[in-house]
Each structure stands twice: as structure tokens, then as C-alpha cells.
Design a protein around this ligand. Sequence first.
Ligand code: SF4
Length: 129
Amino acid sequence: MSIATVTRQIVHIEDELCNGCGACVSPCAEGAIQIVDGKARVIREELCDGAGFCLGVCPTGALTIETRETVPFDHDAVEEHVASLPSTYIAQQCFRCGTDEDHSPLLPVRQQGRSEWVCTRCLPALIHG
Ligand code: SF4
């Protein structure tokens, strides 16, 4: 029996722009993105919720959100998948003060052409100087 499809938002990876750096793997809490043969891939579309937390960290602009027909997002599949992943979690750090995401919420920012993470304490100074 095939699963009914829906029209929803999902991550699109532009192959030609992807350099395989892997920066987008960690921000994806659902484990939907992996590097396969040197390129980022959404390994199973039901794992990608289209929230786009991966977009801000991509140094090449390879990631976008598109709206198209695909399988529905599946919370149960995500829980099962995440539980099966090896423990490779590496906390991201604020590029200004070095605090990590275990101690302060971090937001993706573009800074002088680079994708960085900034903590909520440093964000006001970044905005207002
Ligand atoms: S962050 Fe961008 S360039 Fe790096 S692997 Fe992911 S899609 Fe490719």
C-alpha cells in the first residue's frame, strides 16, 4: 500500500552548489540530512519537516525550502530514526563568545559572507553594534 502524498514545504539541496562540508547535518534535529557520496542528501523525505534550520549554516547557499508534493512528515519515524543514530552530537558555538548551544540558544547568522552561529546574549550587540 502506498502512502498518500501531500503538498508541503521540504528542504531542497542544489547538488551543484553543495561541497559536502557537512555543516548542515548537525542542525537537523530529525537526522534527515546525511552526506552521501560527498553530497548532502535528505535521506528520507518523511524525516524532513521543512523547518529550515539547516539553511543558515550552508556556506554555499545550496539549501532552500521548496513547496512540492511528497510524503507527509512523520514524527514517529523521526523518533525511531534519531534513536537509531550513533551519538555524534557536537554542540555548535557562538562565533563571538564561544558559548555552546547546551548553555544558550543559538541562531544562524550570515557574517561577512560566512554562516555562523550567534547566542542570544551576543545577538543584540551584533545587530546594534
Ligand atoms: S552545508 Fe551546504 S555545502 Fe555543506 S554539505 Fe550541507 S548543503 Fe552541502
